[in-house]
Ligand binder design. Structure first.
Ligand SMILES: [Zn+2]
Length: 58
């Protein structure tokens, strides 16, 4: 099973997509991506919860 997330679901216009073996790993990558690509300096647990809701398993 893979956990995938399309950043565009949360950030319209962003084409970044993540696919990892664990949900935690996806969230790690997304938090780094949010900081580097979107200038989000403080990724809160609430944000990660909201982002995590968009993670799809395949
Ligand atoms: Zn993005």
């Amino acid at each position: 099973m893979k956990f995938t997330l399309s950043c565009g679901d949360a950030m319209p216009g962003c084409s970044a997509r993540f696919e990892e073996d664990s949900r935690e790993r996806v969230l790690d990558l997304v938090s780094v991506h949010a900081q580097e690509a979107h200038g989000v300096t403080d990724v809160t647990p609430e944000m990660l919860d909201a982002i995590g809701a968009n993670i799809v398993t395949i």
